[in-house]
Ligand binder design. Structure first.
Ligand SMILES: Nc1ncnc2c1ncn2[C@@H]1O[C@H](COP(=O)(O)OP(=O)(O)OP(=O)(O)O)[C@@H](O)[C@H]1O
Ligand SMILES: [Mg+2]
Length: 301
């Protein structure tokens, strides 16, 4: 389903509501003040890092992330690899505020994503905080998720106008620049159904960039594409990685692409990082048997 309202969380909470104190916050975690929250509204393009601090995510009895710690530096390109069901998409959905963590703290830049400070304690963040934090993050999904009832140009201008408050002319100018960059300048009046999968994914990438995110999340963005369309979208993402300083957190089953685009690769299994390192280290000299086994299986398929 397309996210028709990119600014709404999966499950809104009342801001700073009584009883909101979060028990399962790692020791030493402190939130920044309201001034910091206001900084979320500051012009974007300043790269932001990501930090998971003892993050827990459960679905019923299924503990998908068990006190997960990891950091992505500002401007870094990090790829998550690992078997199906290991929790990769869940990590991106927590960052996108589509899923709520059950414990721990996630930071984007210096600020906690799901929390704010009240009286020296971290409490669950309210909708206003989430709304501001969400502006820092763009996501491209496997299934494009374009707004089906809007033409390409409106797909790109809707968020900047209604969420960022950009003037219409400026939003259109930005959108046209991005459509040019992704090679679809002649498609601004087309509707998503009139585009190929590869073209739709290019629009989805341009739409994410139109919000000028500081963090770009990519979840298997080429896996729904016909093989001949994969290379074009991967080339586009390589260009973006080269020409911008956006922090990229990418999930992919395409090991060649992971190798090309990443500064660092995290091998993930059962909600834990099994091993991490440079693409050369992970793909050429993996230390862990679990990584070797996974790579053998993926490369054989
Ligand atoms: N909304 C949900 N409700 C219940 N369980 C869920 C939900 N979303 C994910 N899960 C479970 O969480 C675990 C991790 O799922 P996730 O989608 O993060 O895996 P993944 O690593 O992205 O896998 P894949 O490579 O197949 O995309 C799986 O066991 C999955 O069944
Ligand atoms: Mg997934």
């Amino acid at each position: 389903m397309p996210p028709t309202d990119l600014t709404s969380p999966a499950d809104p909470m009342p801001e700073g509501a009584a009883g909101d104190a979060v028990d399962d916050v790692p020791e030493g975690a402190t939130a920044k003040s309201a001034a910091k929250a206001a900084a979320a509204q500051a012009p974007t393009r300043v790269p932001c890092g990501i930090k998971f601090e003892k993050v827990v995510k459960r679905f019923g009895d299924n503990v998908v992330l068990d006190h997960l710690d990891f950091t992505v530096g500002a401007g870094d390109r990090v790829t998550l690899i690992g078997p199906s069901g290991s929790g990769k998409t869940t990590i991106l959905r927590l960052l996108m505020t589509l899923e709520r963590p059950d414990g721990g703290v996630i930071r984007v830049g210096d600020d906690p994503l799901w929390h704010m400070e009240r009286g020296g304690k971290l409490v669950k963040a309210g909708e206003r905080h989430l709304h501001e934090m969400r502006k820092r993050i763009g996501m491209v999904f496997q299934q494009f998720n374009l707004f089906p009832n809007m033409n390409v140009l409106r797909n790109l201008t809707e968020g900047p106008v209604h969420v960022l408050g950009l003037g219409k002319d400026e939003a259109v100018e930005r959108a046209r620049g991005l459509l040019d960059m992704v090679g679809l300048a002649d498609k601004e009046n087309a509707h998503p159904t009139q585009l190929s999968g590869g073209q739709q994914q290019r629009v989805a990438i341009a739409r994410a960039l139109a919000m000028e995110p500081t963090v770009l999340l990519l979840d298997e963005v080429t896996s729904a594409l016909d093989p001949e369309l994969v290379v074009g979208v991967q080339d586009l993402l390589r260009d973006i990685a080269r020409s911008t300083d956006v922090t990229m957190l990418c999930v992919t089953h395409e090991m060649g692409f992971a190798r090309d685009i990443s500064d660092r690769v995290l091998m993930f299994d059962q909600g834990r990082i099994v091993e991490e390192g440079s693409p050369e280290a992970i793909f050429e000299e993996p230390r862990e048997e679990r990584t070797r086994e996974f790579l053998r299986a993926v490369l054989a398929s």
